[in-house]
Ligand binder design. Structure first.
Ligand code: FAD
Length: 381
């Protein structure tokens, strides 16, 4: 076991850190205050190849694997979670499943434009009445000649309005047990009958665009089916294992950003006062924060490496998300206490970070759902 990053991985991380500092971080607070989607960040990320991180080079991607993606996405999240989440979804939840289960025709049609950022992807599983219990979804895909007709509503869809296509999960068999009658489709969001609701006004990741998507008599071809009919729920769960690693990475990034803020604030006060600033209690707090972040990072790395190796990693992905999201929220809370009132004012970076961190315990499986998954794998149920 080697805990050292290879020269290639060090270079990837360094490149992403520079990009995050120079391009992503500068407008993050302004985008947050204005609830403004970071189109320029998305375009710049596309130019770096960050929208094709898992896409094979033969389809125009960078193909850095899940571990390489982790290194890059942590840096983006450290700079701005609002920008990070859409990029994470596009890579892990859209290009990932198309690469894994898509027919050659689907790959040819979608992977190259997704990798270049010509097209942007979204992932549409959640509905107004099915979140944690995703198998209860009710959007229908009814056979119509050679294709299908979609009817229903999706909710909380990241980048749902900006995106050009979405992986949409739909009920294709009402007679089958609920998890066994669901299929996944790659749907062109510019098709007739698709519309988006207003952008949600959120507590955190405000620059990220989160919307409802409405499907009214949307006709799609049979070639839009991803993988096999009625196997969609399996694909959703397997895809979310990768998505959870992406969100755990996000949690590590935001936690690191909080710690960076505390250290910067203490260094500034030390410089102003001309003597070392901070009590032993405060030093102990910083040490504990740094240790918890490092432990989370190692768990995220392990889950990503297992995923790259094609080894079962359901428990490891859930454990990584559980620990990293808890750490992000603990570290954010402690950081505000340590920095004091300045961190509590609107416009302070920490004020944004503490709001942003909250979502890591909710999406791609809440904390309770991660615990259920971990317990089930331990009990073998
Ligand atoms: C900003 C944002 C972006 C999102 N982006 C996307 C996206 O791009 N695509 C997408 O498909 N979805 C997306 N989601 C949806 C997200 O994944 C769901 O919100 C999440 O899965 C929780 O579902 P829910 O909101 O219906 O809550 P519920 O499932 O109603 O859960 C409410 C509470 O009950 C608890 N709970 C539920 N079931 C159990 C149980 N069996 N045992 C114990 N406790 C339980 C939960 O942990 C939670 O605390 C997004 C959500 C947000 C807020």
């Amino acid at each position: 076991m080697d805990f050292h990053l290879s020269p290639e991985h060090l270079a990837l991380r360094e490149e992403a850190r520079r990009f995050a500092d120079d391009v992503v971080a500068p407008g993050a607070d302004a985008r947050d205050r204005a609830h403004a989607f970071g189109e320029e960040v998305l375009q710049a990320a596309a130019a770096k190849g960050y929208l094709g991180l898992l896409v094979p080079k033969s389809y125009g991607g960078r193909d850095v694997g899940n571990f390489g993606q982790c290194l890059i996405l942590e840096e983006l999240a450290r700079a701005d979670m609002g920008s990070h989440v859409g990029i994470s979804v596009h890579n892990s939840l859209v290009t990932g499943p198309i690469k894994q289960w898509g027919s050659e025709a689907l790959k040819q049609r979608w992977l190259t434009p997704l990798a270049s950022g010509t097209l942007i992807g979204a992932y549409a599983l959640t509905e107004p009445h099915s979140g944690s219990d995703a198998a209860a979804l009710s959007l229908t895909a009814v056979k119509d000649g050679a294709g299908y007709v979609l009817n229903g509503t999706k909710m909380w869809i990241t980048t749902g309005k900006r995106a050009d296509l979405a992986i949409v999960f739909a009920r294709t068999n009402r007679e089958a047990p609920k998890a066994k009658g669901i299929s996944a489709f790659v749907v062109d969001l510019h098709a007739r009958g698709v519309s988006a609701g207003k952008k949600e006004n959120k507590l955190g990741i405000r620059s990220s665009e989160t919307v409802q998507l409405f499907f009214e008599d949307v006709h799609i071809g049979a070639d839009a089916l991803l993988g096999e009919l009625d196997k969609g729920f399996n694909y959703a769960l397997l895809t979310l294992n990768g998505g959870r690693v992406g969100i755990a990475t996000q949690a590590v990034g935001v936690a690191q950003a909080c710690l960076d803020e505390v250290i910067a604030a203490f260094s500034q006060r030390t410089a102003e006062k001309g003597a070392a600033f901070g009590t032993q209690d405060q030093d102990f707090a910083i040490a504990e924060m740094a240790t918890a972040i490092e432990a989370s990072r190692l768990m995220v790395w392990r889950a990503a490496l297992l995923r790259d190796a094609g080894v079962e990693h359901v428990r490891e992905a859930s454990m990584a998300k559980l620990l990293a999201s808890k750490t992000a929220n603990e570290v954010a809370r402690r950081a505000v206490e340590l920095v004091g009132p300045a961190a509590w004012s609107e416009g302070s970076r920490l004020e944004r970070l503490v709001r942003d961190a909250r979502i890591t315990e909710i999406y791609e499986g809440t904390t309770e759902i991660q615990k259920l998954v971990i317990a089930r794998t331990l009990k073998g149920s």
